[in-house]
Design a binder for this molecule. Structure first.
Ligand code: TAP
Length: 492
């Protein structure tokens, strides 16, 4: 029963079975019958049927559902953390302390935000009419989410959409469907009517593509790779729907010569290894002033050798596996090819022993990476830090911006003017100063350049999930209005 349609768990009708695996062992967690186009049609039908009532619910009614859902998620926190850890291969500590509390907080935030969807103030701009702005939901939203943070990415898609009065069909990545189903179940238990939140678990090319191209879906929101995002945009274009894309990243981590080296080294380790590097904002390219370069590389490598790589259910584990064997092969291949023109300082291989059954990869530092090489330009999405030196601030900013991506970046400096320049000139949706990774529900998350457009989280996300209507209300009661004479004048 791995589809959640119209408030009920159902089985997929594609006839295609799929094994959800634990990437730390290769064991089967659950066998799923994938969704086919008929399941997507049923989910879109349920969402369409639920739209009228949900879109007319008062803000406080929607807020009450979300507030209850936050409480229910908190009650199920340990269960959610365990399922998330198991199918996404996350260390249990990360699932418990980041994924689940982040989702609870997001749900509570959108519960509160649902009550204050602001428009422009009403006023008599023409003198003869009251103009007001209505922010209205768009309709059925079709969302597609990735495997790296299955629960949080589902929440980022579902919560602003339903808080604003839309109904939704979400297709999570087929390898990590379980916590998205739990989120839909919780929202329904909290009082969202059947059909408000639906989840179809199927493959991207079948269920995802059908959802994005569906004529009854008014908007697509997608989080995933830039390559698939472009395909999604092309599919959505055929039905002329609104598109919101959160895509890949290759975040620069710029360490100026006045930086606190200890802070930068520890910051780089945490920001590169979070979620085994499978984080679209993870520090991927460390750009370090030549005066600190050798110490920075040695410091990060020293900490990487102390990282505890291990079973995901062990509270002591720092680094879990990558999400799948296919992804492990991709990461390992990129590091192998980088050896031709760069230095692998530590890591660069999978651990042996008990961990060899899983998709583990050692924390890896690659120094003197060649500009323009694959490791410099392409997303690795693994625990691999590419490091290059720079000599002056202009070069640092240029290297930070030397990427087609623009999701996130950080600048490490004690000089307030340098920090100001970096945050202004680095082209990314988020720039941290002397930190890298923290996110908060109140602030937007989204990309520049090929990292996509539109924002997740925060009140800014309502711009994606609402449309603005101008209502112009005559206040004169005059039958023959002055402006009519511009169009026609009665003879005589
Ligand atoms: P993708 O391979 O792009 O897959 C993302 C989702 O798209 C999955 O659900 C996938 O389904 C689906 N999909 C694949 N082909 C499709 C198609 N033709 N039509 C509709 N849907 C399709 O990304 P991923 O490997 O799961 O996730 C990693 C990527 O996501 C990275 O690039 C990362 O940077 C990005 N990401 C970005 C953000 C933000 S906020 N910008 C956050 C997290 C991740 P199946 O996998 O089930 O086939």
């Amino acid at each position: 029963m791995h589809q959640f349609i119209g408030g009920e768990h159902r089985s997929g009708t594609s006839g295609t079975p799929f094994e959800v695996l634990d990437p730390s062992t290769g064991d089967v967690v659950e066998e799923v019958l994938l969704a086919g186009p008929e399941d997507v049609d049923a989910a879109v039908g349920a969402a369409r049927a639920a739209f009228g009532e949900w879109s007319r619910a008062t803000p406080v009614e929607r807020a009450t559902v979300l507030a209850r859902a936050a409480t229910l998620l908190e009650e199920r926190a340990e269960e959610l953390a365990r399922v998330e850890s198991r199918h996404a291969g996350k260390p249990i500590r990360l699932a418990r302390e980041f994924d689940v509390p982040g989702t609870v907080d997001n749900t509570a935030f959108f519960g509160a935000a649902a009550r204050r969807l602001d428009g422009m103030a009403s006023a008599e701009y023409s003198g003869d009419h009251t103009s007001s702005i209505r922010r209205e939901p768009i309709g059925v939203v079709g969302s597609v989410s990735p495997w790296n943070y299955p629960l949080q990415m589902a929440a980022w898609k579902v919560l602003p959409a339903v808080a604003a009065g839309n109904t939704i069909v979400l297709k999570p990545a087929e390898i990590t469907p379980l916590t998205s189903l739990m989120l839909a179940e919780v929202l329904t238990e909290a009082g969202a009517a059947p059909g408000v939140v639906n989840v179809v678990t199927g493959s991207g090319p079948v269920a995802g593509q059908h959802l994005v191209g569906h004529p009854d879906v008014a908007m697509t929101s997608f989080t995933g790779s830039t390559a698939v995002g472009r395909q999604v945009m092309a599919t959505a274009a055929a039905t002329g729907k609104r598109v919101h894309l959160e895509l890949g990243g290759k975040a620069p981590f710029v360490v100026f010569d006045d930086a606190d080296l200890e802070a930068a080294v520890h910051g780089a380790v945490a920001a590169n290894l979070i979620n085994a590097g499978q984080d679209c904002t993870a520090a991927a390219r460390a750009i370090v002033h030549r005066s600190l370069y050798d110490d920075f590389v040695a410091g990060v490598a020293d900490l990487y050798r102390q990282v505890r790589t291990g079973p995901t259910d062990d509270e002591a584990t720092d680094l879990g596996p990558l999400s799948s064997r296919t992804h492990l092969d991709k990461v390992a291949g990129m590091v192998e090819r980088a050896r031709a023109d760069a230095t692998v300082v530590c890591g660069g291989r999978s651990p042996g022993g008990d961990l060899a059954r899983g998709c583990y990869y050692e924390p890896t530092v690659v120094s003197d990476v060649a500009l323009g090489s694959e490791l410099w330009t392409d997303e690795v999405f693994g625990p691999v830090l590419a490091v290059v030196p720079f000599d002056d601030d202009d070069e640092a900013i240029r290297l930070a911006n030397d990427t087609e991506y623009g999701l996130a970046a950080s600048a490490w400096t004690r000089d307030t003017y340098r920090a100001g320049r970096a945050s202004r000139e680095i082209r990314a949706g988020c720039v941290w100063v002397n930190d890298h990774i923290p996110i908060i529900s109140e602030m937007p998350h989204g990309g520049y350049k090929h990292s996509g457009f539109g924002k997740d989280m925060s009140a800014y996300s309502f711009d994606e999930y609402t449309q603005v209507k101008h209502v112009m209300h005559d206040i004169t009661g005059i039958a023959r209005k002055g402006w009519h004479r511009t169009v026609f004048t009665l003879p005589g």
